[in-house]
Design a binder for this molecule. Structure first.
Ligand code: PGA
Length: 228
């Protein structure tokens, strides 16, 4: 059975108290995982300490990282500041490209910073040219990175891409980036997750909205563990 990654991204949601409530509700729902399934959760930065202290079933990630090392960069979180505490970083999400004008060059800089700190980058792409540009700017990306393919129309819309189409695109990305693992994201829900997991070229899913509700996320994980 192939390895499957389920990546939850809370985006800019939840107070500390709301995160505690989420953990209390989620924890009894998913107590173990099959060996081939990995869960990564990227809550917001201020939740990380909570997840580290409580020790949950998740590997932890951050939703962004500074393109600069530690130093005089007000408001930024450098990779060195969180190294050893988190394992993954989502980089270049379409919302960051859109609202914060992140370019492929800035994202490549972030990839290099995370890699230097032994944090694994998960780079979001919505178009093939973003994958090609990543290959040019970080030629060895496939040795340590993962791609999260998210078509713009599908993010937060309730209209997921067709699993076959996502599989085709993942196949093309894997040609450009030499068999890099590719996840699909965009309106993944408990009732459609299996169809994505079953696609040959997909190594898992990225989940935004459905990860905010503990019951929904637990159901999604259960369906991903036994896809049919
Ligand atoms: P969504 O978000 O699941 O709410 O569509 C996906 C994402 O942006 O990663």
């Amino acid at each position: 059975m192939k390895n499957v990654i389920i990546l939850g991204n809370w985006k800019a949601n939840k107070s500390i108290d709301e995160a505690k409530k989420w953990i209390d509700e989620f924890t009894p729902l998913v107590t173990s995982l099959p060996r081939h399934v990995s869960l990564i959760l990227c809550p917001a930065f201020h939740h990380l300490e909570l997840f580290i202290t409580i020790k949950t079933i998740f590997a932890l990630g951050i939703q962004d990282i500074s393109p600069y090392p530690s130093g005089a960069y007000t408001g930024e979180i450098s990779a060195q500041m969180v190294a050893g505490k988190i394992q993954y970083a989502i980089l270049g999400h379409s919302e960051r490209r859109k609202y914060f004008r992140e370019t492929d060059e800035i994202i490549a800089q972030k990839v290099k910073e995370t890699h230097r700190a032994s944090i694994k980058p998960i780079v979001c792409v919505s178009e093939m040219n973003q994958a090609s540009r990543l290959k040019e700017l970080v030629p060895d990306f496939e040795d340590f990175g993962t791609i999260l393919y998210e078509p713009l129309f599908a993010v937060g819309s309730g209209q997921a891409d067709s699993p076959e189409k996502a599989n085709e695109i993942a196949k093309e990305i894997r040609v450009i980036l030499n068999n890099v693992p590719v996840l699909y994201g965009g309106s993944v829900a408990p009732d459609n997750v299996s169809t994505f997991i079953l696609q040959e070229h997909l190594s898992g899913v990225g989940v935004g909205g459905a990860s905010l509700d503990p019951m929904k996320f637990a159901n999604l994980i259960k369906n991903a563990c036994n896809p049919r």
